[in-house]
Design a protein around this ligand. Structure first.
Ligand SMILES: *Cc1c(COP(=O)(O)O)cnc(C)c1O
Length: 370
């Protein structure tokens, strides 16, 4: 979109994403680092992000849906693509044709995938064990059944056995250790050939739980994109997103003037208000009204009144007039405002902020060599 026509800019730093990939790879030492690029790479644009990660050395990509896998396959013919949502009904041949490896989440999916190998020869997959999040994967009962019927998985080449942590962002939660113990128990109950299959366990936060959570392949998403995987500590990752809104108008108002829908804010004194061309339709959550701050030249200014669909009001009384004019940009993320700060203020998580970023802002990508 032409920047002159947009209410704001989103700048996505692909170099920082690549740096984050290297940082995680170093922490993982001998374990391999995959990348989770579901939901359009957490809203940042899988078409740009996945090739940048591949250029940084990433060879294994996870998405939620076969549809997302097909889009990435077009760009990256060589890499491995795993579908976290499993084997979707009625499109099994597409997985074979596009070389998408399903994460097999049930005995039923295992049997269907195995049947396809009779026609196509050996096919790759990941076996998902459910260890405590109760979302997807084989239960203990399923594992015991599989152990008695190993023929059900004939022809399937399992690259990994995986499971998923429910509380990895809370390092003191006993659930992390419990899930790891359960994973080991279930592995020991698997058919002989699968007991030594490499393991994938850690998401972003899981990587920071320590080496005994690393196993063979980690599956980070949010940490690659700059969200803090260690919420109780300073963020070890680089910021990857700058979000700016355009000032549409600046006006001086007297004291006691209501601002915005519902008059939820009243000026306390003579105040300068800037109206910015970003609203909840752009992913600036309504819960940020009267709560969040923006930054102009690294100086913080409060959001006053409710967030409208296309606009917010900020109190810029403290900002010199020439630094805050019609057409100037203010930072919604960046200039000292972090993604996690904005998420906390909106009472949500960084993931939801990123995946809600709208498509009305002008998007630009920072890449190596440009
Ligand atoms: C989304 C997801 C991930 C990535 O999680 P982050 O917390 O973003 O690192 C890893 N594994 C599974 C199964 C997921 O659904």
């Amino acid at each position: 979109m032409d920047p002159r026509l947009a209410g704001g800019y989103i700048t996505i730093d692909l170099i920082a994403i690549q740096q984050n990939y290297r940082t995680l790879s170093e922490i993982l030492k001998n374990a391999e680092c995959a990348a989770v690029v579901k939901a359009d790479a957490y809203g940042l644009g899988a078409q740009k992000v996945a090739p940048a990660l591949a250029a940084a050395g990433c060879r294994k990509f996870f998405v939620a849906l076969p549809e997302e896998g097909i889009e990435i396959r077009k760009l990256l013919p060589e890499i491995e693509i795993f579908i976290l949502g499993g084997l979707f009904e009625g499109c099994e041949n597409l997985y074979v044709h596009e070389r998408l490896a399903p994460v097999l989440n049930s005995l039923e999916e295992i049997k269907i995938w195995s049947k396809l190998t009779q026609e196509h020869g050996p096919l790759p997959a990941i076996l998902h064990l459910e260890t405590g999040i109760c979302r997807l994967g084989l239960s203990k009962k399923d594992v015991l059944e599989l152990a008695e019927n190993p023929g059900w998985m004939d022809g399937i080449e399992f690259d990994y056995v995986m499971s998923h942590l429910a509380s990895a962002d809370m390092p003191s939660s006993s659930q992390n250790h419990d899930q790891k113990t359960q994973l080991q128990r279930l592995r020991n109950l698997l058919p002989e050939g699968l007991q030594k299959t490499p393991v994938s366990f850690a998401n972003s936060s899981g990587i920071f739980l320590g080496e005994d959570f690393h196993f063979d392949l980690a599956r980070p998403g949010i940490a690659l994109f700059g969200g803090n995987p260690t919420p109780e500590k300073p963020n070890p990752m680089q910021a990857t997103v700058q979000w700016q809104g355009k000032i549409l108008q600046v006006h001086d108002v007297d004291s006691e003037k209501p601002v915005g829908y519902g008059a939820t804010y009243r000026t306390l004194e003579k105040t300068r208000i800037a109206t910015v061309g970003i609203g909840y339709a752009d992913g600036y959550f309504r819960s940020l009204g009267n709560t969040a701050e923006c930054a102009i030249n690294n100086k913080r200014v409060p959001v006053v009144g409710r967030v409208s669909m296309d606009m917010i009001a900020i109190d810029v009384t403290s900002i010199p007039e020439d630094a805050c004019k019609r057409g100037d940009l203010v930072n919604l993320i960046g200039g000292g405002i972090t993604l996690d700060e904005l998420a906390n203020k909106a009472e949500t998580i960084s993931y939801e902020i990123l995946t809600s970023l709208g498509h009305r802002c002008h998007r630009r990508y920072l890449e190596a060599g440009i």
